[in-house]
Each structure stands twice: as C-alpha cells, then as structure tokens.
Ligand binder design. Structure first.
Ligand code: ZN
Length: 311
C-alpha cells in the first residue's frame, strides 16, 4: 500500500482530521540514512508529522520545516515538507487535488544510536531525543517565514507537537504518531493522525472526542492489524457526521541536484577549496536530506574557485 493522507471533517465541520499511513516513506528514509531502530522510529514519527502538517499548506511553493534539537544521543532531527505535483516539481505545480502529492524529506544528526528499550519493550524515542526545543517554520514566500518554538515535553514527538499546537498556534489538537520497527530494522508499519478542534466546537463534541481518544488503541496497533487511515478515522468519528474530504499521496522525495550541492561547495572558504585542489583528488559531497552523493572533479573545483574569486 502506497502512503497517503486522508483529510476529513467531523461534527459539523468543527473538527478537522488528517490521518495517514507512512510505511513506505519511513522505510525509504531508514534505507537512505541507515538508521538504527530507535532513530528509524524517531525520524519516522517526525516525517509522518511533517507530511500531515505539509498537507495543510496552501501553495505549492510553501515549505514546512520541523526541527528538533535535543540533548539526547540523536542530537537532533530535521524534516521538511511541501505539496508538489506528482513527480514532485513545485515550480510547475498546479492546483487540483488529483495531482497533489506531499513530498517529505528529513535526516537525523546521528543516524546510529543504541540505547536500551523502555520497560514496556518499546523503543525509547524520548530517551534518544532528550530535552530540548521543537521549532516549526512555515515559509510561505513572505518576507519573514512564520516560526514557532516550544520546549519538548517528552521527546516522544506526538506529545511535543500536541503541546506546540496548543501553545504556539492556539489550536487544541490531538496528535498520534507511530512507527513499528522489526528487531532486524525494517519498518512494519507507520502512520498517525492530527485532529484539530475549530473554535466553535461544542463542549459535548469535545468530551465525546476526548472519550473516544482515551479508548483508542495505539496507532501502530491499528495499522499492524491492517486498518487503513479511513478505518481509523471511521472508528473515532463514525457517528459524528464524518466527511472524508480527500486523499493525498505522500512520498519521500528530495529535490537536491548537483547544481544545488554546487552552491553549498561554493560557500566553502577559498583557502579550503585550494587545499582540495592541491590534493588532486575528486571529492564526494552527500546531501544531508537523502544521502545522495555528488562527485566534484578537480576541474569542477577549479571552476568553482574561479567563479568564487570573480565575485
Ligand atoms: Zn537530497
């Protein structure tokens, strides 16, 4: 099953819902970054959150960034998301739901972290991330991007985002994120949801929702049992005037290219580039986000240096 997001509303449009299955993109991220299990889970949760929040963006040029800085062994995680056209080209992006796709990418500071499981037998994502800060940046092409920051509550990510939505965006929300990893490493299932209450939701609706959520199984248990995002949404809101608005595919996609990486090389000090040229060996530069490797020959480096000194 390919990854996708379901957008829905309930309770007379007073609740908005985003639910997804993200196994494919989390597995791709694991293979690209060669993450250990706890990092697969941590980055997978943040990628899922990024995709869900990315689907809330209005324009194809908008970019959402989620950043976690923590004092735990992972060091930090960065995820970005945007809505592109199928194939992931933002520049030629057009409206129309049938062509939309959420493109998400991300990386951990340290891909390999080995820490003991929690007493419950679960991967200790909170322990791997530690104490720190969650930053949400929404670049919508304005002069200043929107940016909000909150302290991490537990480092388990879903809880941290729930806290962020309430305290930074003043939107009462419930966030669930889950990644189930096989002991050998591959991703069994991944997914999550974001439920948001709009300002006119009645108390009766709120208490019904709270009750449902308190009885709900963990999202990984539901996904592992074969439930789809639609099934999960149905289970919570089936009798609450549920309307499924649309389905949006999602994928791990990085828009890096040799040209973009060249710009990064261009920003290296001229003295350091000269040193690389003196060594007379090509250099490999990896894209942080996806791990793709780009080779720059000695001639490439000479051209870069010439262009740099012209400026
Ligand atoms: Zn890349």
């Amino acid at each position: 099953m390919s990854d996708y997001i379901v957008r829905a509303t309930a309770a007379n449009d007073n609740i908005r819902i985003f639910a997804m299955t993200s196994r494919e993109l989390v597995e791709e991220s694991r293979q690209r970054h060669k993450t250990s299990n706890v990092v697969t889970a941590a980055l997978g949760r943040l990628l899922t959150a990024g995709a869900l929040m990315g689907s809330m963006l209005k324009n194809p040029t908008d970019v959402l960034t989620l950043q976690i800085e923590g004092d735990g062994p992972v060091g930090g995680l960065t995820v970005t998301a945007r809505v592109g056209e199928t194939g992931g080209n933002a520049e030629s992006g057009e409206g129309g739901n049938s062509h939309e796709i959420v493109c998400v990418k991300g990386y951990p500071k340290n891909p390999v972290v080995e820490i003991p499981l929690k007493n419950s037998g679960k991967l200790d994502v909170g322990g791997a991330i530690g104490k720190g800060i969650l930053t949400v940046i929404k670049d919508m092409g304005l002069k200043e991007p929107f940016s909000g920051q909150t302290e991490l509550i537990s480092g388990e990510i879903a809880e941290d985002l729930t806290y962020y939505f309430v305290n930074s965006e003043q939107v009462p929300s419930s966030v669930a994120l889950g990644v189930l990893v096989e002991p050998k490493g591959s991703v069994i299932c991944a997914g999550g949801f974001i439920i948001q209450l709009l300002p006119f939701a009645e108390d009766e609706v709120i208490s019904k929702l709270e009750e449902r959520l308190s009885q709900l199984e963990p999202v990984t248990a539901m996904l592992a049992a074969g439930k789809t995002p639609e099934d999960i949404v149905e289970e919570i809101f089936g009798d609450m005037d549920l309307k499924i608005v649309d389905h949006i595919p999602a994928r791990f996609y990085c828009d890096c290219s040799k040209e973009r990486v060249r710009k990064a090389v261009m920003s290296i000090d001229a003295a350091d580039i000269k040193e690389m040229i003196a060594e007379n060996k090509p250099i490999d530069v990896n894209c942080h986000f996806c791990g793709s490797s780009y080779t720059f020959s000695v001639d490439d480096l000479k051209n870069i240096l010439a262009e740099k000194t012209e400026k």
